[in-house]
Design a protein around this ligand. Sequence first.
Ligand SMILES: Cc1cc2nc3c(=O)[nH]c(=O)nc-3n(C[C@H](O)[C@H](O)[C@H](O)COP(=O)(O)OP(=O)(O)OC[C@H]3O[C@@H](n4cnc5c(N)ncnc54)[C@H](O)[C@@H]3O)c2cc1C
Length: 498
Amino acid sequence: MAKTRVAVIGAGLGGLSAAISLAAKGFQVEIFEKNDRIGGKLNLLEKDGFRFDLGPSIFTLPQYFESLFARAGKRLGDYVPLVAVRPHWRNFFEDGTRFDLDPDDAVQAREFSKLAPGTWDDFRRFRAYSKAQYDLVAEGYFDRGIDGLRGLLSHYGPRRLFLGMDSLRSMDRSVRRFFRDPKAVDAFNYFIKYIGSSANQAPGFMNLMPWIQYGYDLWYIPGGLYGLARGLGKLAGELGIPLHLNAPVKRLDREGRRISGLVLEDGREIKADLFVSNMEILPARRDLLGEDGAKLGKVGWMKPACSGLVIHLGTDRIYPQLAHHNFFYSKDQKKHFDRVFRRGLLPDDPTLYVVAPTRTDPGQAPAGCDNLKILPHIPPIDPKNPLMHADYAALKDRVIDKLERMGLPDLRRHIILEDFWTPLDIEARYRSNRGSIYGVVSELGSNWGFKGSKRSGDLANLYFTGGSVNPGAGMPMVVLCGQKVADAITEDGFRAGA
Ligand SMILES: Cc1cc2nc3c(=O)[nH]c(=O)nc-3n(C[C@H](O)[C@H](O)[C@H](O)COP(=O)(O)OP(=O)(O)OC[C@H]3O[C@@H](n4cnc5c(N)ncnc54)[C@H](O)[C@@H]3O)c2cc1C
């Protein structure tokens, strides 16, 4: 019996996960990737003895990676080693206050004693609420792969959906219901970084994110996070999935309500029975299907999540005051969120995420050196108001000034290697919508945190996977998405043998 052929466009984590899940079900899968390596935004830079994870650096929710390997009868641990990171985060404030987030109760209580009296009690109540939000969202929206409002309503019922899930308040308003200390508010609001949105505008149930760390821990892959791409590539190879690198897809050809084939930039035509796009929904519809005007307007609600200025610094000294993961807060984070997410302006005083992986893995930099990744969230590209490289370079200077002021003295003088990516680089490399790094932004009153559907709707054999698709961005969510796409395909009646 001939096998059903599936062409996957893109070898990001969402595409790899869909490809592996479909191959494990017996489909004949082939992947076409624009770039010269797999992993998409999970990318790396190796130079002069320094190693940088260019994209993700925080690994959470290992269960959604384990379930992918289990589909192929394998164990995650045999392909991707994981070690727990301690502390989870270190938080730095302009007035010199520093405190850590740590899953150990005794350590966490001691750390919160640096803040207002009662913060530990505030946190315990908040953590219980965060767990309840996580459990509710995970048992339906995540684990059942629910895509639309109808599915959500039928699974949860209106009461659990609108009242059980914290759907009507903003994340920030809910954090403030629990914490009296403004620094604790800043730290827990900044969990929104995982999906590149604003705590002022994201729905309250996004407060499920702290439980992701406190309940399931925060992990690192020795050798660097690119080890996950290598592990998935190995598994895909064992499943016999052909992988075409440097193979950008230029066009999808329609025949009625179906896609009949894809055309590569080099002119080759590929036929398949099913197509899975790991290219985000909006760019795929615009660039591969040639949709514009009113037709594209249907996906116009998919506003991109933030982009980032991603700065990689090799320094000729170690900054021992840094933990593996660090946050340097804006003096006024509410204003910072507003400036970036509502007004679309480059931040004057951003909250900074700083990663120093040699704390867990000394081999990531030459002896006596640090490799620092610094990430302020910034607006995606605005075609009506394009910024120049010089605008981004000026922000980079403000970022380094801020770090020198807040605890990394003479940073500029100790830089021996520098690399930085602007939204223009991110868009060009991964073809994400306007250089977004986390797919679609989550906003109350707009999409309420939900993303696009796995099924294309109008085209019976086209599916989408990855950060612009439910359940959304971040490594665990896109890896879960790929698995749910494979399930949607078989639920729709497609069989591995044609
Ligand atoms: C700087 C940064 C920091 C991050 N930090 C974290 C973190 O700490 N933890 C976390 O969990 N997540 C983090 N993320 C988010 C995470 O990286 C993404 O959510 C996830 O990797 C997206 O996977 P994806 O499969 O949706 O898309 P992508 O990784 O963008 O993959 C899409 C793939 O499709 C390819 N492609 C696109 N168009 C075509 C075409 N026409 N033809 C062929 N191929 C095509 C692209 O080249 C790419 O390889 C971060 C992202 C960035 C950029």
